[in-house]
Design a protein around this ligand. Structure first.
Ligand SMILES: Cc1cc2nc3c(=O)[nH]c(=O)nc-3n(C[C@H](O)[C@H](O)[C@H](O)COP(=O)(O)OP(=O)(O)OC[C@H]3O[C@@H](n4cnc5c(N)ncnc54)[C@H](O)[C@@H]3O)c2cc1C
Ligand code: SF4
Ligand code: SF4
Ligand code: SF4
Length: 356
């Protein structure tokens, strides 16, 4: 692998990326994680918009905070959607997710805890601690301390998500299959299970068990190109060879290796520092613009060659799609949050095929 990649994504996608780094020679140099309370089905969300008489194409910005979804339309008028309506279109797999703050990322970024226009930044990697400090010194970011009260709010919301979804996991396991990624089993058992599992087991335990996060990690891993995933759930059209287990091993909803297990007693996982940052660039971003400016800094200073970002499809409003780029204009164009999923590992497949 010659190219160094920064990958932006949700906490579940960060777990796939961390498993890729753990089990394979991956091109991912930095995992840039978002905070994520929940995510939505694109088709159900589009239907909900039509119930509110909103043309999806007419939405300039979408934010979720303080119990509401706030839509800013192109004419700058605002529409408020109660979170209870949005809850009806949450993806089912999000109800068994214990990670609000991308605990497996190198750096995690979200709005919870910070003032308007700033982002809360949790750094979990010493090298990135240094890079962020340099970027502040170079005039890319303004920094503020997070107050004790702000940090407490973040930790409380994160603990609440863990508590709620651990209860959901217990309930789900009582009526259906075990939720494998949260099973506290010995590493030797995990390795044994990995060696007898293939796509059939992935389908039974994850895809048909409403646990798939639609990250595309399985498609990326398949050495025989058998897995397809676009708007559909991952599927195969041919039988797997006996000696392949790659998709099962890499999926974030199968067994989590010891090194990556969640310690749910720690509200926001392990970290080296936490702060509020605001980009000093004038880009039209979601919150503090930290992600867009950090990606710019990482590429400009050759810490990475390229980045995977999530932009909107041209022919479907707010429909996310992942793209690999080394062009800052693409990164700026992809700023802002799209509240639905797309397979973020898809663009890395090309790189793998080119042997980079
Ligand atoms: C589904 C989802 C749920 C979220 N929930 C919360 C929450 O509950 N609380 C909270 O504080 N923050 C949440 N966030 C994060 C928040 O919306 C902002 O993305 C974050 O604060 C960074 O802001 P920014 O201005 O630095 O980002 P920007 O500079 O605007 O950059 C945003 C980056 O996010 C990437 N991106 C956008 N949509 C997606 C997507 N669907 N999948 C993967 N990457 C994407 C883009 O590639 C872009 O590079 C969520 C984000 C997503 C995608
Ligand atoms: S499973 Fe859902 S809530 Fe959890 S990180 Fe992924 S998208 Fe967000
Ligand atoms: S060939 Fe391997 S990676 Fe591909 S679907 Fe089958 S088990 Fe999964
Ligand atoms: S089945 Fe594939 S797309 Fe779904 S969560 Fe697992 S790796 Fe990701």
């Amino acid at each position: 692998m010659t190219e160094k990649i920064a990958l932006v994504g949700t906490p579940c996608e960060m777990l796939t990326a961390a498993k890729l780094q753990h089990y394979t020679q991956s091109p991912i140099e930095y995992k840039i994680g978002l905070f994520c309370m929940e995510n939505f089905s694109y088709s159900y969300l589009s239907n909900l918009m039509s119930q509110y008489d909103v043309d999806y194409d007419d939405i300039k910005k979408f934010r979720i905070e303080k119990g509401f979804g706030f839509l800013t339309l192109n004419d700058d008028s605002q529409i408020k959607i109660p979170i209870s309506d949005l809850q009806d279109v949450v993806r089912k797999n999000c109800n068994i997710c214990v990670d609000l703050t991308s605990e497996k990322a190198d750096i995690s970024i979200g709005s919870i805890g910070s003032a308007d226009g700033y982002s809360t930044v949790i750094i979990r990697n010493e090298k990135l601690d240094e890079i962020i400090q340099k970027a502040i010194d170079d005039g890319y970011f303004e920094v503020k301390l997070l107050s004790e009260k702000q940090e407490k709010i973040l930790k409380r919301l994160s603990s609440n998500k863990k508590k709620r979804n651990l209860e959901n996991i217990e309930e789900k396991e009582s009526r259906s299959k075990p939720v494998l990624y949260m099973r506290d089993v010995e590493m030797s058992h995990i390795l044994d299970e990995n060696m007898v599992s293939n796509f059939v087991d992935l389908k039974a335990n994850v895809i048909d068990n409403a646990s798939c996060v639609h990250c595309g990690g399985c498609e990326y891993m398949c050495p025989y190109d058998l897995i397809k995933i676009d708007d559909t759930k991952p599927f195969t059209t041919k039988k797997c060879p006996d000696d392949c287990h790659a998709c099962f091993i890499i999926c974030p909803r199968t067994y989590t290796p010891d090194k990556l297990k969640f310690d749910n007693k720690k509200a926001i996982g392990e970290y080296t520092s936490i702060m509020s940052l605001k980009s000093l660039k004038d880009y039209p971003t979601q919150d503090g613009g930290v992600i867009t400016t950090l990606l710019e800094y990482l590429m400009e200073n050759e810490y990475v060659d390229k980045t995977v970002i999530v932009d909107k499809k041209e022919d479907q409003p707010w429909k996310p799609y992942a793209k690999l780029t080394d062009d800052i204009n693409d990164v700026i164009a992809a700023s802002g949050t799209k509240y639905s999923v797309c397979p973020v590992f898809k663009p890395l497949k090309e790189l793998k095929e080119e042997g980079k």
